[in-house]
Write a protein that binds this ligand. Structure first.
Ligand SMILES: *[C@@H]1O[C@H](CO)[C@@H](O)[C@H](O)[C@H]1NC(C)=O
Ligand SMILES: *[C@@H]1O[C@H](CO)[C@@H](O)[C@H](O)[C@H]1NC(C)=O
Ligand SMILES: *[C@@H]1O[C@H](CO)[C@@H](O)[C@H](O)[C@H]1NC(C)=O
Ligand SMILES: *[C@@H]1O[C@H](CO)[C@@H](O)[C@H](O)[C@H]1NC(C)=O
Ligand SMILES: *[C@@H]1O[C@H](CO)[C@@H](O)[C@H](O)[C@H]1NC(C)=O
Ligand SMILES: *[C@@H]1O[C@H](CO)[C@@H](O)[C@H](O)[C@H]1NC(C)=O
Ligand SMILES: *[C@@H]1O[C@H](CO)[C@@H](O)[C@H](O)[C@H]1NC(C)=O
Ligand SMILES: *[C@@H]1O[C@H](CO)[C@@H](O)[C@H](O)[C@H]1NC(C)=O
Ligand SMILES: *[C@@H]1O[C@H](CO)[C@@H](O)[C@H](O)[C@H]1NC(C)=O
Ligand SMILES: *[C@@H]1O[C@H](CO)[C@@H](O)[C@H](O)[C@H]1NC(C)=O
Ligand SMILES: *[C@@H]1O[C@H](CO)[C@@H](O)[C@H](O)[C@H]1NC(C)=O
Ligand SMILES: *[C@@H]1O[C@H](CO)[C@@H](O)[C@H](O)[C@H]1NC(C)=O
Length: 692
């Protein structure tokens, strides 16, 4: 170790500060450690990483504390427990329940489970762990008494035998224009504009020059380590993330009590903003300011390309960034956005109340009834409305279903007469209310969830404490939680409206004018599962329409339409999973086997965003896959056998279990129209549809 450091130190004196970044020759393998020409994982890279915590200068205006760096050689697994245990003492305040939080951060990513997807993972010899990387950790001082824990991970090329692309290839306008010209001539009427990942990203190995800041979900206050592992392994981006200024599990809310306004400001936008500036500075100081890999945006003072990807609350944070810090990101992915958060929590309470015996009384129905007969009846009545009977309701807004008489006990119900298989009229009326908007005093607070929500029946439990806590501490600004607050009966319209108007920290994220973001060239891709019972799909569609309307007023409709996209994903639940085609490389599709089908922009929404921002290939559709299941692999949440209202176990889809079908996701308001007679199954199933 000592010898190595000495050699490295001597070497450092001889090379420029971009030693980690100069390209390898495309022909001659360079394996001499210390030769100074490699971006490879090397003694130099490790030494510079260790030095970085001492030498790092934060960008002006940003104060950091407790800087720490750690080097991981190629092949490490870097579990979330190990990453957590590596924090220096003092990083995590005493009293934080790390174990409970880590359960929400996980499940941990098994790199091998990505089944060879993406850059690093695709090297056959390297499927046993992570690429080599330098981990930079710092506490950013965000306010007079608040701070955010942030991390920036800097990947390094691992295999010196794999040549890098030359800078000429990346900037060869003749090559680029030939390719883009070919693409333009294609008949795109059903074909998705799909570019190979290698072309989109440019470099074959090592850092490919971009920064991706990744989001959390729920009220989670932790660095999104699992998503960071996934994005770094797949795309070799510099990845960054933050605890958003607090330490908490997904449902925790009492963290808002400390330094209320500042803490919520961090959560809503500031922690991500400062982390983004920090990441850019870390990149300059680690790889070197002149790093030839850095992909720079001429329209943004030649700064490195910066992206954001998040879903759920992470999706809302993408929308917040576009509003509040329109120059932070050149491209944003905002999935199933939990914006209008005050309203959304009330919507979740509305649906949960209908499954709560003490509230709904005689109208109480089991989740098994919802997931069983109710689902079957609605599917039967609405499945074919989109022109294809495939078990997926793809025209939910046309679906006007009728549960009687089939579900009514005592009639000729085909399901039997047990309390889980037939319902009386009082219960059926309660079921209908699940599909109704959330009202208080006759005013719509949150739009309705859509038919197909039965697939998310498990969401009828578990959100009460979170939503009730949010209402008490953020909307009402009470100083403490009170168990006698009944969220189903005690929410007053005037209180809610006052809370929304106060919008502490900007956390409600309800604004719709994206002029600044779009006029500076920003691109936004949103997506929304139609079977989501957390974020109402109608709420996302409404918000998208409102963004288009308010922004078009100043910028014109054409520019807006060619700058923001929304994909409705029929049959997908909250951010992932479900009976529809739900795998397209979205953030937090991190579980085993949840990979895009091909390393191409047409199949991978992240590559699509980059191709759009950097190469001007406006996405006209996205291909999503439904993979096979293996009956021995169930998701664990529903298998509590002592619960009288248990749901059947759900088999997990996995790339390794084969392709069942693919579907075409169309940019809203276009719909994927089925061409009668075409084969909707198999990997080319999407070709049976046209975006109209
Ligand atoms: C960190 O804290 C642990 C437990 O309190 C202690 O055993 C250890 O010595 C501390 N390490 C440092 C470097 O202070
Ligand atoms: C910096 O960190 C140290 C150790 O954790 C802590 O004592 C100090 O208060 C921090 N400074 C600021 C400004 O937060
Ligand atoms: C640029 O690309 C074109 C088309 O692929 C190729 O013919 C040419 O040799 C390239 N130029 C350089 C300098 O690599
Ligand atoms: C493009 O493809 C569509 C559907 O296959 C077809 O109807 C149309 O005529 C084609 N257009 C051209 C210009 O080839
Ligand atoms: C700073 O925040 C802590 C909780 O995070 C709180 O206990 C303390 O009173 C605050 N100090 C000031 C000066 O606001
Ligand atoms: C029903 O709602 C009450 C009031 O919020 C709550 O205390 C209780 O835990 C809920 N029951 C279930 C099963 O969620
Ligand atoms: C409907 O069913 C519920 C639950 O079994 C029961 O409590 C209630 O009395 C029934 N109502 C009527 C009108 O039969
Ligand atoms: C249905 O009946 C069973 C057995 O009596 C009981 O355990 C269960 O709680 C009932 N479910 C509902 C939804 O009333
Ligand atoms: C939806 O709920 C509102 C408020 O409770 C009610 O006025 C309306 O009739 C309901 N709509 C349907 C279709 O049940
Ligand atoms: C909780 O609310 C109840 C009912 O409003 C009130 O009587 C009680 O004092 C409250 N408890 C606390 C600790 O604020
Ligand atoms: C199902 O998956 C498990 C875990 O990956 C594996 O051990 C088993 O062999 C698989 N079974 C089939 C029939 O593919
Ligand atoms: C299983 O369900 C029972 C009954 O609802 C509940 O008491 C128990 O806590 C549940 N167990 C787990 C591990 O969730």
């Amino acid at each position: 170790m000592h010898t190595r450091l000495l050699i490295s130190f001597a070497f450092l004196a001889l090379v420029a500060d971009n030693a980690l970044c100069a390209p390898l020759s495309t022909t001659t393998p360079n394996i001499v450690i210390g030769s100074g020409s490699a971006t490879i994982a090397s003694a130099e890279a490790e030494y510079l990483c260790m030095q970085l915590s001492q030498t790092f200068q934060p960008p002006s205006g940003i104060t950091i504390n407790n800087t720490f760096t750690q080097y991981f050689p190629e092949g490490s697994t870097a579990s979330i427990e190990f990453l957590t245990d590596s924090y220096p003492n003092g990083t995590i305040p005493a009293g934080v329940d790390k174990q409970t939080i880590l359960e929400d951060v996980g499940p941990d990513l098994n790199v091998r489970s990505q089944a060879g997807y993406g850059y690093f993972n695709s090297f056959a010899s390297q499927q046993n762990g992570m690429p080599a990387f330098c981990r930079f950790v710092a506490t950013i001082i965000t306010g007079s008494n608040t701070s955010a824990l942030s991390e920036v991970w800097l990947p390094l090329a691992s295999n010196p035998f794999i040549p890098l692309a030359t800078p000429e290839q990346k900037t060869n306008q003749s090559f680029l224009s030939i390719l883009i010209g070919k693409l333009a001539k294609r008949n795109w009427s059903w074909q998705v504009r799909s570019l190979p990942g290698d072309f989109v990203l440019g470099y074959k190995t090592g850092w490919n020059g971009r920064i991706a800041v990744l989001g959390n979900s729920g009220q989670l206050g932790w660095v999104p380590m699992v998503t960071m592992k996934n994005y770094m392994g797949r795309y070799m981006f510099v990845v960054a993330g933050t605890n958003l200024g607090h330490f908490s599990d997904q449902n925790g809310v009492e963290w808002v009590l400390d330094n209320f306004q500042d803490t919520l400001t961090d959560f809503a936008s500031r922690a991500n903003h400062l982390t983004t500036l920090l990441a850019e500075s870390v990149v300059d100081q680690y790889y070197g300011k002149d790093c030839i890999h850095a992909v720079r945006n001429p329209k943004d003072n030649n700064r490195v390309y910066r992206y954001y990807a998040g879903t759920s609350v992470g999706g809302a944070r993408g929308l917040s960034a576009a509003q509040i810090y329109p120059n932070d990101y050149h491209g944003i992915i905002a999935g199933a956005p939990a914006n209008q958060f005050m309203n959304l929590n009330t919507g979740q309470l509305h649906t949960a109340s209908l499954h709560n015996k003490s509230f709904i009384g005689e109208g109480y129905f089991s989740r098994s009834a919802l997931y069983g007969p109710v689902k079957d009846i609605i599917t039967r009545q609405c499945d074919a409305l989109d022109g294809l009977q495939d078990g997926i309701i793809s025209a939910p807004t046309l679906c006007k279903f009728q549960l009687e008489p089939e579900l009514l006990c005592g009639t000729g119900t085909t399901y039997g007469q047990s309390n889980d298989t037939c319902l009386n009229q009082t219960q059926i009326n309660a079921v209908y209310q699940l599909y109704n908007a959330t009202y208080i005093d006759g005013e719509i607070i949150y739009p309705a969830y859509w038919p197909g929500l039965e697939h998310s029946a498990s969401n009828l439990r578990g959100s009460n404490a979170k939503a009730s806590g949010w209402h008490q501490l953020v909307v009402l600004r009470r100083p403490a939680l009170n168990d006698s607050f009944n969220p189903f009966t005690d929410i007053r319209l005037s209180d809610l409206n006052a809370g929304i108007a106060a919008d502490p920290g900007g956390v409600n994220a309800a604004e719709t004018d994206l002029s600044a973001f779009i006029s500076s060239g920003g691109k936004l891709i949103m997506y929304q599962g139609s079977y989501d019972l957390t974020v109402s799909p109608q709420a996302t569609v409404n918000h998208f329409n409102q963004m288009k309307e308010s922004t078009s007023a100043s910028l014109g409709e054409a520019l807006v339409t060619s700058s923001i996209k929304l994909y409705e994903v029929f049959g997908m639940k909250h951010s992932r999973n479900g009976i529809g085609a739900a795998n397209f490389g979205a953030p937090q599709q991190n579980d085993d086997g949840q990979r895009p089908y091909k390393f191409e922009s047409g199949y991978d929404i992240t590559l699509a965003l980059i191709a759009w921002v950097e190469k001007g290939i406006e996405p006209n559709g996205q291909i999503a896959l439904h993979y096979g299941t293996n009956t021995t692999v169930n998701t664990s949440a529903t298998t509590n056998t002592t619960d009288p209202d248990r749901l059947p176990p759900e088999n997990r889809q996995d790339y390794n279990f084969g392709v069942v079908f693919s579907r075409l996701l169309c940019p809203y308001p276009a719909k994927a129209v089925y061409q009668a007679g075409a084969n909707p199954n198999g990997e080319n199933g999407y070709q049976a549809f046209t975006c109209v």
